[in-house]
Design a protein around this ligand. Structure first.
Ligand code: ADP
Ligand code: MG
Length: 308
């Protein structure tokens, strides 16, 4: 049986869960939705656990990673635990950049830095009229805010607040193409491209940072550009080499925004708990369930024959 892992706090928020349960049933795969933080779950009943919406992990990271390590001893965790660990912290963008991936230009500010100095150093080299402050561990645009250059002090207070909490901070130019064309998310199952969606801009000028745990975006289906698809493939190849994967990722979402030159840049690679937007792509939940069913039957055969 397959566990579709959510969180107690995410109850009712994961729109992909019901369609995936239905699709698994149609594919002959026994699946059940369970919360990672529900102490009453007996995990021995599952062969595999697919992380779907453990969306409070950013607030409970050490506890969540310890949970992943424990599960990894018992079940096949999808994606694997070392992938999850790497993907929880957006310093992974630097790793991908060293593999030649065009990421959104990012300056990392570490907890021991002086906030105003770090911000002024960033603004000294970054000509963009607006910029973004966000934590290195984040999801759903939480604690993420857009600033004009003139808002240096407000932004440095934001940086200081995050650093005081012991969190790393990222500074990026605000890419205005997101206001016109949104962001593109490319969704892959078992390494194969499934579908793309467009997500409207989430950050308004002069708006306070979001604190709600699950920000709703303005989502529509999109046919991805050839350049976006090419970059998506490049990102998956780079991740697979970096993480020394012997098998494709069970799922991956590649989020891109175009820069001022019109070229797609990587905003995020989501390997832990991405929304997969089944509702915007008919047939996509069935594709995923079929991919999962064939992976799990392969795993069972390998376990029985002792190969792989
Ligand atoms: N550099 C940026 N330029 C334009 N918009 C951005 C930028 N960084 C973040 N955003 C906006 O904020 C949202 C959340 O940021 P993101 O980097 O995706 O973090 P999260 O992990 O919280 O989803 C994005 O979907 C996008 O709308
Ligand atoms: Mg995002």
């Amino acid at each position: 049986m397959l566990a579709l892992v959510t969180a107690i706090a995410a109850a009712g928020h994961d729109e992909d869960l019901a369609p995936l349960l239905d699709a698994c049933a149609s594919a002959g795969l026994h699946a059940r939705a369970v919360a990672w933080d529900d102490p009453t779950v007996s995990w021995q009943q599952f062969d595999a656990a697919l992380l779907r919406s453990p969306w409070d992990y950013t607030e409970r990271l050490p506890e969540f990673l310890a949970w992943c390590d424990r599960r990894d001893q018992q079940v096949s965790l999808l994606n694997p635990v070392h992938v999850i660990r790497w993907n929880t912290d957006k310093h992974y963008l630097s790793d991908l950049a060293t593999f030649g991936i065009p990421v959104v230009t990012t300056t990392f500010v570490e907890p021991d830095a002086e906030p105003l100095q770090a911000l002024q150093a960033f603004l000294g080299t970054e000509p963009a009229p607006e910029f973004v402050v966000k934590p290195t561990v984040s999801a759903g645009a939480r604690d993420t805010q857009r600033y004009a250059r003139a808002q240096e002090f407000a932004a440095s207070n934001h940086v200081a607040r995050l650093l005081d909490q012991g969190r790393g901070v990222m500074l990026q130019p605000y890419l205005p193409a997101v206001d016109r064309a949104g962001e593109t998310a490319l969704i892959y199952f078992e390494g194969s491209f499934s579908h793309a969606i467009a997500k409207g801009a989430l950050l308004q000028p002069d708006a306070a940072a979001l604190t709600a745990p699950f920000a709703a975006g303005d989502i529509s289906s999109r046919s991805a550009g050839a350049d976006e698809l090419a970059l998506g493939e490049q990102v998956l190849v780079a991740a697979s080499r970096l993480l020394r994967l012997g098998q494709p990722l069970s799922y991956a979402r590649v989020d891109l925004i175009r820069d001022d030159g019109g070229h797609p840049r990587l905003l995020e690679l989501e390997l832990i708990e991405p929304s997969l937007f089944f509702a915007q792509a008919p047939g996509s939940a069935d594709r995923f369930a079929a991919a999962l069913a064939s992976r799990l039957s392969g795993d069972t055969i390998r376990a029985r024959t002792g190969t792989g």
